[in-house]
Design a protein around this ligand. Structure first.
Ligand code: NAD
Length: 699
C-alpha cells in the first residue's frame, strides 16, 4: 500500500490521505511521501488549501513502534521536519481528525493551521507512559492551544480525551458528527480559512505568570509522589518554557526528550511495553493457526472469581450462562454481579441503560443441560480437585464438540483436570486475577494436550477482554503464584527473624510495589493460602514453610474478611494498624523457635523478597514454564503490582547485574533461617551471572 493513499483536488482543496495500518503510524515512508505530497500541493497553482487526513477512519496513533530504536525512526524527513513543513506552508493546511490522534499524530495535527474533528475522536499525548515527553513540539503547541492547565493534565496524565471536550479552544476549529473529511474540505474551501496571515500555534502568546503558577503547582504535586518520576517533571518544565520564545521552548523540550530516552525509568517502561507485545508470540501458534468461534460463554461457579469473570465477558458483549450448585449460591452470585455494575453506575463510569443491557446478556441456571451450546466454559468453583473432577466430568457429557473447557484454578494440575474429560486437547487453564473484571493479567495455562487452535483462541479472548494474556506451562502455581510463594515465604521468615509486618510492607511499598505482602495477604484471605499450604505439605514431605501464618489462622484472623489479619482495620480497609494480638503471637512464635530478633534494614527486606522472585523466575525459565523472561515481567507488572518503572523482576535483576544478584543470594544463604536450601542459586541464574549475561539476552 502507498503511504500516501490518496491525493486529489476537490474545489481547489488538495486532499492528502496517509495510510499505514493498523494505526497510521508515522513511519519513515509515511513522512517521506507526506513531505512529497505537501510539496506537490505547494507548487500546484490549482490548489488553494490542503486537507491532511489519515486513511481508514483514523488520523494517527503516532510514531510507528515497529521503527522504534531503528535508524528509520530518525531518518529524514524526521517528524519535526515534517511538522515544520506543515506549519510554515504558504497555503492553509487543515487537519481532518477522526478516530485516534495520539502522540506524534497530535503533534502533526497541531502544526496544521486549522483542525476539524469528529466529537468522539480521541486526542492524547501518551509519551509519559513510556517515560518520555512529546518530542516534536507537543509541549510547546498544546499549552498555546488549550491553556497550561489542560496541557499539563494531558501531557502529565497521558490519557486520551474526546475531541468534544475541546470545543471552544484553539485546538479544534470545527466539530462535526458527520463525515470529517467532507466537513474539512468544506471548511478549507470556505471563507473561514484565512490565507494571510495563516494562524499558527507557535504565534499564540501565553501569559507567563499564570503559566508559571500552573507549572509550579503541578511540580509540587509531582515531587511529592513516591518515587518521583522524571518524565512528568521534565514535561512540566518543558511546558513552562512555552512562556518564552517558541524556538527556545522547542530546544528545552528536545534536550529533555533526549535525556529521558536514556533514563532508567523510560528504558524500563519501554521494556514493559515491548514485553507485553511479545507475550502474544507463542510457540506453536502462528497467524495462520485457526481460531474457534467465541460467541457464547458459560461460567461455572458464581463466587468471587466467577462473578468477576462473568462481568468481564459481559463487558465484551458476550452472552454468558452462569451455573451454580444451588439456588441460594446463584442468587448470591447474581447479587455480586449486580453489585459490581451498580458501583460502576454510582461512580458515573457506566450508564444505567448500559448496565441493564449487559445484565440482560446473563442467563443464570442450575442445570448443565442448558449450557451445551456455549463455545467456551470457564470453571471457577472451589479449589478442590474432587469438585473440579465432578464439574469436568459433567462438562464432558453436555458440551458440544469443539467447545473450549477452561479452569480458573490457581494451583491445581491442569493436566489432571484435562484427564477428567475425553477431550483433553480442548482443555486449558484461564487464570484470572481478582477482581477479574479489573485486573489486566490473564495467565493462559497450556496443558500437555492443549491444541494450538485452543491456545490461539484463548489469546484472542485475552484481546477481546482487553487483557494481557501470558502463556504458562503446567506447574504448581504457574508463573505468578509459584514465584509469589517464594516471595511470601521470605516475608514470613523476615518476621520470624525480627522484622514487623509493617516494616516489610513499607520497605516493599517504598520500592514501588502497589501493596506490601502482609497487606496483600489480609486482602486475599489467609484461609485460601492455608488450604494451599496444607495440600503442599501433604504432597511434598520436604516442603518447608513458616507456621506463623497457620497460627494467625488459628486465632481466627483470616484477613479483612474476618475484621483483621496481620493488621487490625478499625478505620477501614485502607488503614491497617499494628495489632497487639499479632505482636504477642510473633513474640511467642520467635521464642518457640529460639530466635533472638535482630534489626533488619529495608535493603535486606527488598533484596530478599525481590531476589526470591528472581531466583524462582530463573527456575521457571529453566523448566520451560515461561517462554521468555519478558513474560515473567509482564505477569508481575500486570498481575502482582510490581512497579512498572522497574520493568518487572527479571528486567530489574538484569539492570542491577546478575553477578550482584548471585552474590546477594550467596550472602543470604549464610543465614540458613527457616529453609537452608532456599538460597541455592538457580543453575540458569548462576550460569548467566558467570557469563556476565542477562535474562533478556538469553531468552
Ligand atoms: P468462591 O468460594 O468465592 O466461589 C466458588 C463458587 O463455586 C461458590 O459460589 C460455590 O457455590 C460454587 N460451586 C462449588 N461447587 C460447584 C459446582 N459443582 N457447580 C457449580 N458451582 C459450584 O471461590 P473463588 O475465590 O471465586 O475461587 C474459585 C476458583 O478460582 C478457585 O479454583 C480458585 O483457586 C480460583 N482463583 C481464585 C482467585 C481469588 O483471588 N479468589 C484468583 C484466581 C483464581
Amino acid at each position: 500500500m502507498q503511504a500516501v493513499s490518496e491525493y486529489r483536488v476537490d474545489r481547489s482543496v488538495a486532499v492528502i490521505a496517509f495510510a499505514n495500518p493498523p494505526v497510521n503510524g508515522l513511519a519513515h515512508a509515511v513522512r517521506a511521501e507526506l513531505a512529497g505530497a505537501l510539496e506537490r500541493a505547494r507548487t500546484d497553482p490549482g490548489v488553494r488549501a490542503v486537507v491532511l487526513t489519515g486513511a481508514g477512519g483514523l488520523f494517527s496513533g503516532g510514531a510507528d513502534i515497529r521503527e522504534f530504536g531503528t535508524p528509520a525512526s530518525t531518518a529524514e524527513p524526521t517528524l519535526r521536519q515534517l511538522i515544520e513543513q506543515v506549519e510554515t506552508a504558504t497555503k492553509p493546511v487543515v487537519a481532518a481528525i477522526a478516530g485516534i490522534c495520539l502522540g506524534g499524530g497530535l503533534e502533526l495535527a497541531m502544526a496544521a493551521h486549522y483542525r476539524v474533528a469528529s466529537g468522539n475522536a480521541m486526542l492524547g499525548l501518551p509519551e509519559v507512559k513510556l517515560g518520555l515527553l512529546p518530542g516534536a513540539g507537543g509541549t510547546q503547541r498544546l499549552p498555546r492551544l488549550v491553556g497550561a492547565e489542560r496541557a499539563i493534565e494531558m501531557i502529565v496524565g497521558g490519557e486520551p480525551v474526546p475531541a468534544a471536550g475541546f470545543a471552544g479552544t484553539a485546538l479544534i476549529d470545527s466539530m462535526t458528527d458527520g463525515d470529517v473529511l467532507a466537513a474539512a474540505v468544506s471548511f478549507a474551501s470556505s471563507s473561514e480559512v484565512a490565507t494571510t496571515p495563516l494562524p499558527r500555534a507557535r504565534d499564540i502568546a501565553l501569559d507567563p505568570r499564570s503559566l508559571a503558577a500552573s507549572c509550579e503547582a503541578a511540580r509540587t504535586k509531582l515531587s511529592a509522589m513516591r518515587p518521583p518520576l522524571p518524565a512528568p517533571l521534565r514535561a512540566v518544565d518543558a511546558i513552562r518554557a512555552a512562556g518564552g520564545p517558541f524556538e527556545e521552548g522547542l530546544a528545552v523540550e528536545r534536550r529533555a526528550f533526549l535525556e529521558l530516552m536514556e533514563s532508567p525509568e523510560s528504558k524500563a517502561l519501554r521494556h514493559a511495553f515491548f514485553a507485553e507485545r511479545a507475550a502474544g508470540k507463542v510457540d506453536g501458534v502462528t497467524p495462520s493457526t485457526p481460531v474457534r468461534p467465541l460467541d457464547q460463554a458459560t461460567v461455572i461457579g458464581a463466587g468471587t472469581m466467577g462473578a468477576g469473570i462473568a462481568v468481564s465477558l459481559l463487558d465484551a458483549g458476550m452472552p454468558v450462562w452462569l451455573v451454580e450448585a444451588e439456588p441460594a449460591a446463584l442468587d448470591r452470585g447474581l447479587a455480586r454481579i449486580a453489585g459490581i455494575y451498580d458501583a460502576q453506575v454510582k461512580k458515573g463510569k457506566l450508564t444505567a441503560a448500559e448496565r441493564d443491557r449487559r445484565i440482560a446478556l446473563l442467563r443464570p441456571t442450575l442445570s448443565y443441560d442448558d449450557i451445551g451450546q456455549a463455545d467456551l466454559v470457564i470453571e471457577a468453583v472451589f479449589e478442590s480437585l474432587d469438585v473440579k473432577r465432578q464439574v469436568f466430568t459433567a462438562l464432558d457429557r453436555v458440551m458440544k464438540p469443539g467447545a473450549i473447557l477452561a479452569t480458573n484454578t490457581s494451583t491445581l494440575d491442569v493436566n489432571a483436570i484435562a484427564g477428567f474429560t475425553r477431550r483433553p486437547s480442548d482443555v486449558l487453564g484461564l487464570h484470572f486475577f481478582s477482581p477479574a473484571n479489573v485486573m489486566r493479567l490473564l495467565e493462559v495455562v497450556r496443558g500437555r494436550a492443549t491444541a494450538p487452535d485452543v491456545l490461539a483462541t484463548a489469546l484472542r479472548l485475552g484481546r477481546t477482554l482487553r487483557k494481557v494474556a501470558v502463556v504458562s506451562g503446567v506447574c504448581d502455581g504457574f508463573i505468578g503464584n509459584r514465584m509469589l510463594e517464594a516471595y511470601t515465604k521470605q516475608a514470613w521468615y523476615l518476621v520470624e527473624e525480627g522484622a514487623t509486618p509493617r516494616q516489610v510492607d513499607q520497605a516493599m511499598e517504598s520500592f514501588g510495589m502497589a501493596m506490601g505482602p502482609f497487606r496483600v495477604g489480609d486482602l486475599v484471605g489467609h484461609d485460601v493460602s492455608l488450604a494451599i499450604r496444607q495440600r503442599r505439605r501433604a504432597e511434598r514431605p520436604d516442603y518447608l514453610v513458616s507456621t506463623l501464618p497457620d497460627e494467625l489462622c488459628r486465632l481466627g484472623r483470616l484477613g479483612q474478611k474476618s475484621g483483621g489479619g496481620w493488621y487490625d482495620y478499625p478505620d477501614g480497609p485502607r488503614d491497617p494498624v499494628a495489632s497487639p494480638e499479632v505482636e504477642r503471637l510473633v513474640t511467642s512464635h520467635r521464642a518457640s523457635l529460639g530466635v533472638t530478633p535482630r534489626r533488619i534494614d529495608a535493603d535486606e527486606i527488598v533484596d530478599r523478597l525481590v531476589y526470591a522472585l528472581v531466583n524462582e523466575g530463573a527456575r521457571i525459565l529453566e523448566d520451560g514454564i515461561a517462554a521468555r523472561s519478558g513474560d515473567i515481567d509482564v505477569v508481575y507488572l500486570t498481575g502482582y503490582g510490581f512497579p512498572r518503572v522497574r520493568g518487572g523482576p527479571m528486567y530489574y535483576a538484569d539492570q542491577v547485574g546478575l553477578g550482584h544478584v548471585v552474590r546477594r543470594v550467596r550472602e543470604f544463604a549464610r543465614n540458613p533461617h527457616g529453609d537452608p536450601g532456599f538460597w541455592t542459586p538457580a543453575p540458569l541464574l548462576a550460569s548467566l551471572a558467570e557469563a556476565n549475561a542477562t535474562f533478556a539476552f538469553q531468552s
